[in-house]
Design a protein around this ligand. Sequence first.
Ligand code: HEM
Length: 480
Amino acid sequence: STKSLPPGPPGWPVIGNMLDLGGVMPHQTLYKLQLRYGPVMWLQLGSIGTLVVQSAKAAADLFKSHDLAISDRRCPDVVKVHGYNQGAISVCRYGPYWRFVRRLYASELINKQIDGMTVRRKCIDDMIRSIEEETEASRARGGLGEVIVWQSLFLMTFNLMGNLIFSKDLLGSDGKEGHHFLDAMNNIVEWAGKPNVADFLPFLKWVDPQGLRRAASKEMAQALEVVAGFMQEREKERCSEKEKIERDFLDALLESESDEKEGKISYQNIKIIIVEAFFGGTETTSSVLEWTLTELLRKPEIMRKAQGELDSVVGAKSKVEESDIDKLVYLQTIIKETLRLHPSLPLLVPRNTLEDINYMGYWIPKNTQVFVNAWAIGRDPEFWDDPLTFKPERFLDANIDYKGQIFGLIPFGSGRRMCVGMSMAHRVLHLAVASLLHYFDWELDGNIIPETIDMNERSGMAVRKLVPLKAIPRRRRMER
Ligand code: HEM
């Protein structure tokens, strides 16, 4: 029995179970398949053997007993353009380069408390201002003041990364390069999100039958070129006498380029690490914010309760501060509940086994792709009561967090390769939701019944709402 693979649907010759993966939302297809095959499943995707893990118990066993063995990544073919898979820590091989860059990332980008706090404050204030401007513009056009919330949320996260990395807003009145960069990023994601037969049937790799690699290569070149422009500008500044006040992530990367003692990051890899930070830190966070507001608009009594808490903790202060977050206990449960039902990366980032493993009585060979379905695990009926209902109260008396040790809630993954940006995301999510509810009452157009809001998903850099949320913000606070 230790030599058998987990159960799974029978496959076709050559393509195996490729058709079982479904269309653009494989996490949903896999969730349905577990009804027949159980929470640990095997799929043969062309030549790639794939282990699928879909319950809290099975995830606990995997991460507790085999974390090191699953610390490598499986990287889609389109992501290999321009050496992206070698430079980006989310997809590079497990080893010394990954370790070195991850440490630098954590110390110089994610956990820079003081600078980070100032930047977060600025970007959240800009977000509130942009929502006010949008709503005023809508009223000026004779509308109800309705806004497409996503735009302001994404702008906030994009400019947050721009400020932490380059010390400037990339999207704004004069951000031409920022728009080029964003267009290229969106296009790469579109190409990378399309199922690519060359991933499953490697003999087709060199033919690139769908042209995905060629298209992604062109867009990646454009994104890297924009970053190269910023780097050249910075290098000139660094050579000049002008003294720079704050040291940002770009400075840290450029310094490490010549740091012989610790390791060395090539010029190309610096560009790749920067592109990756935008991929990792923007749409993931803004999609969770959009889902949070959506869930609150569907259940206005939960929104009112959160605002009641804000009134008692933040009171008449004009701004929510980061130091308030620990006291906003109900708000924290809302974020957890949103991440349970709407993890931005539902299958995490696919892993790859470094060796054969004996897992829950099954034999999993070396070089197996591993999908951990965090989306299905958040709906696991063995772990959660009434799993399909949005109910933040479930967390009030439960000691459950998302730091990767409670396996029913793993939106940031677990183990060595879990999200390095989690603590930044945690701060931004709480500060942003608290500010959105502190400044505004949110309403739907009177013709829309809350329960009928479209909850379908679309995939991109992260899984977000297919139909962007539209809502009417009404100012609660006069001062900002
Ligand atoms: C709500 C926001 C976010 C969510 C839900 C999220 C989720 C995830 C997940 C599921 C993984 C894969 C974990 C695994 O395989 O176990 C991951 C990896 C990663 N995330 Fe995030 N993330 C978020 C925000 C961020 C931010 C703000 C950054 C950086 C600025 C970031 C950078 C990364 C990187 C670099 C990795 C790769 C880590 C590695 O392979 O060692 N993420 N993230």
